[in-house]
Design a protein around this ligand. Sequence first.
Ligand code: DX5
Ligand code: ZN
Length: 226
Amino acid sequence: MVEAVAHSAPVKIAPSILSADFARLGEEIRAIDAAGCDWIHVDVMDGHFVPNITIGPGVVKSLRPHSAKPFDVHLMIAPVDPFLDAFAEAGADIISFHPEAGPHPHRTVQRIKSLGKQAGIVLNPATPVDVLDYLIDDIDLVLVMSVNPGFGGQSFIDSQLRKIEDIRRRIDASGRAIELEVDGGIDANTAPRAIAAGATALVAGTATFRGGPDAYAANIQMLRGA
Ligand code: DX5
Ligand code: ZN
């Protein structure tokens, strides 16, 4: 019964601010908030774990007052543990990390939870789902990368639909309310496929910010399939 309710809930849309105008980030966040997004997806890259550099906790802290919606912080950094406190203090609500970023992913989950935040595990396109076996009882979110992390504007990798279906089954079997989020190449064509496979949240950079602020509300509605 719980499952039926969970599956019929509208999919959450998390615009990735990687595709926003970085010279006007506060304004951009207010605009996507007003346009009806559910979460604000913040891509943190270190130029080492992924081949790109974006923003750190100082910027997250500065952005925090611009929206009351959850900050969904996707850490693409290694090591990850030394920076968890800073992102928690900066105002992250969900903190997700890649298990490849350190030797002790379970410890990382414990630390995020002890900071009072929701913990997410991110699976790269080649990362097997087995990594969830001994983490699923403790996490709040699984983020499936449908592109290789590092850049916006890449094409959706179709093989990840099978992985989303597999994780959907595991989450349902766990009986826990774990969000299943998909990140990369989400657009009008791929959003319904990800939702059909079992996604409950979609990250969208290019598809949200295309056309400028006047288009954000329609873009978000389109992704939600409304
Ligand atoms: C990629 C990031 C994504 C990216 C998505 O490393 O994790 O969040 O910004 O961008 P689009 O929606 O343009 O594929
Ligand atoms: Zn991301």
